[in-house]
Write a protein that binds this ligand. Sequence first.
Ligand code: E4P
Length: 225
Amino acid sequence: MKFFVDTADIAEIRDLAATGLLDGVTTNPSLVAKTGRRFTDLVAEICDVVPGPVSAEVAATDFDTMLKEAHLLTRIADNVAVKVPLTPDGLKVCRSLTADGRMVNVTLCFSAAQAILAAKAGATFVSPFVGRLDDIGTDGMELIADIVAIYRQYPAFGTEVLVASVRHPMHVVEAARLGAQVATVPPAVLRQLFRHPLTDSGLDRFLDDWRKTGQTILPGAGDGR
Ligand code: E4P
């Protein structure tokens, strides 16, 4: 399973990239707005830090302008994945870009029917938003289960399921259980994945007992405190 981080905060991206666990980045206009940075400069910087797909979203809604924006974005770096909304024009742009060998992330997917259309348009990724579905009282993970099951019936669909709008670690675990290829995870949730209270207390106990041995593994080293 691939982990993308869902942020436009370059400091967070650098920090998480250093873990070696980051396969890509997703941004969206709301995340970019929070940074106050110029979008194209920001995308270029992120693409330098993370070699995997970096989603950069178009801002127009009509085919011609979206396509022009997409071409500008793809010129920033080879690892830009153009993000287009799941609309008829968005899918037309998707088809045109993927025919040219570019990566496209079709975003704002809220139904299995939409996910079928994204796959038929040749999307590299489709982004179903699980958290926003949970927010309105439906089960976001049910949509992931449906899309994964449908895509499995059609091996010719090359589209990867990119679970988006992730709110907590169980979204990630459930996405993995269902076989989604990618989860894009906010930095705070990515860090939560490392944590377990028994890991912390277990490590404290091991370190206490190790100190009692009076030994060091590295010659001449202290006890690390
Ligand atoms: C996905 O690409 C979006 O950037 C993101 O996951 C949206 O999540 P939100 O519902 O937390 O805004």
